[in-house]
Design a protein around this ligand. Structure first.
Ligand SMILES: NCc1[nH]cc(CCC(=O)O)c1CC(=O)O
Length: 303
């Protein structure tokens, strides 16, 4: 089994995690990781929202599968476009790590402790608009690169604080850098944040069966709902949008929002229903947000 992966420390951790699970499940299977650099890793001087977004992190991995150089690809599902290219499918969704955003700073204990004019690093439009809405006195500045690069830029003093996904830091053993996790009420996570996606060629039902033990059905239902919402809204990195589902007692609750980048307007809503209706719930919430005026925001962004 050859697993295609980006070469960032987090991507390799995630691929190795899947490799270890497969080795434990199938002792006779030889598993190896094929590390590759993607365009998303190379173009580091522009925000993702300007260079075409998520597809840039997965294309090379898909080419490796199409050419028979790898069987599966392990991704942060957050980085996987809502519509996979023809010929590919998601074979499994792994159990979600902490879905929250994390506040990281050497000097300050929390967002609330930041003085007016403090510089907060993030290149996520979703994080930016939620920050601007709550803390208009802060300065949001672009921050790109892999997790280690972002921490280094903070440590060098380019920012007073940065916001990162808690999941990435925890997986890399850097959880101690987190000053606090930001609640979903204050920063609704990105669609799929904290969950792994395993991709393979369409039609490889043999691989889907092999990977079935790695599929975490509650996470998969949540991620399906979140992605259906984003897909219906035409979601991409260009859109400040968040979506987060949770399941309690068999009932799936999905919250979502679309916003103006400056945080001046946030259109949010939620839906609940049975887990097996995950996709329908996602579409329903998207329709609800569109009815509240999300369409005008989305149209202005794509103009
Ligand atoms: N956009 C990059 C990216 N893709 C996945 C993660 C973190 C892990 C995850 O959300 O699963 C990150 C870093 C971040 O947002 O801080």
């Amino acid at each position: 089994m050859i697993i295609a992966s980006r070469e960032s420390a987090l991507a390799l951790w995630q691929a190795e995690h899947v490799a270890e699970r497969l080795r434990a499940l199938y002792p006779a299977m030889r598993v190896r990781i094929l590390g590759m650099t993607t365009q998303g890793d190379q173009i580091l001087d522009s925000p993702l929202s300007k260079i075409g977004g998520k597809g840039l992190f997965v294309k090379e991995l898909e080419t490796a599968m199409a050419e028979g150089r790898a069987h599966i690809a392990v991704h942060s599902i957050k980085d996987v476009p809502m519509n996979l290219p023809e010929g590919f499918q998601l074979a499994a969704i792994g159990e979600r790590e902490d879905p929250r955003d994390a506040f990281v700073s050497g000097t300050y204990a929390s967002l609330d402790a930041l003085p007016a004019g403090a510089r907060v690093g993030t290149s996520s439009l979703r994080r930016e608009c939620q920050l601007r809405a709550r803390f208009p006195q802060l300065i949001v500045e672009p921050l790109r690169g892999n997790v280690q690069t972002r921490l280094r830029k903070l440590d060098e003093g380019q920012y007073d604080a940065i916001i990162l996904a808690a999941a990435g830091l925890k997986r890399l053993g850097l959880g101690a850098r987190i000053r606090n996790e930001i609640s979903p009420e204050q920063s609704l996570p990105a669609v799929g944040q904290g969950a792994l996606g395993i991709e393979c060629l369409a039609g490889r039902e043999d691989l889907v069966a092999l990977l079935a033990p790695l599929n975490h059905s509650a996470t998969a239902d949540c991620v399906r709902a979140e992605r259906a919402m984003s897909r219906t809204l035409g979601g991409s990195c260009q859109v400040p949008l968040g979506g987060y589902a949770q399941i309690a007692d068999g009932v799936l609750n999905l919250r979502g929002f679309v916003a103006e980048i400056d945080g001046s307007r946030i259109i949010s809503g939620s839906v609940s229903g049975p887990c097996q209706d995950a996709e329908r719930l996602g579409c329903q919430l998207a329709d609800q947000l569109l009815a509240l005026g999300a369409g005008a925001i989305l149209a202005a962004l794509s103009a």
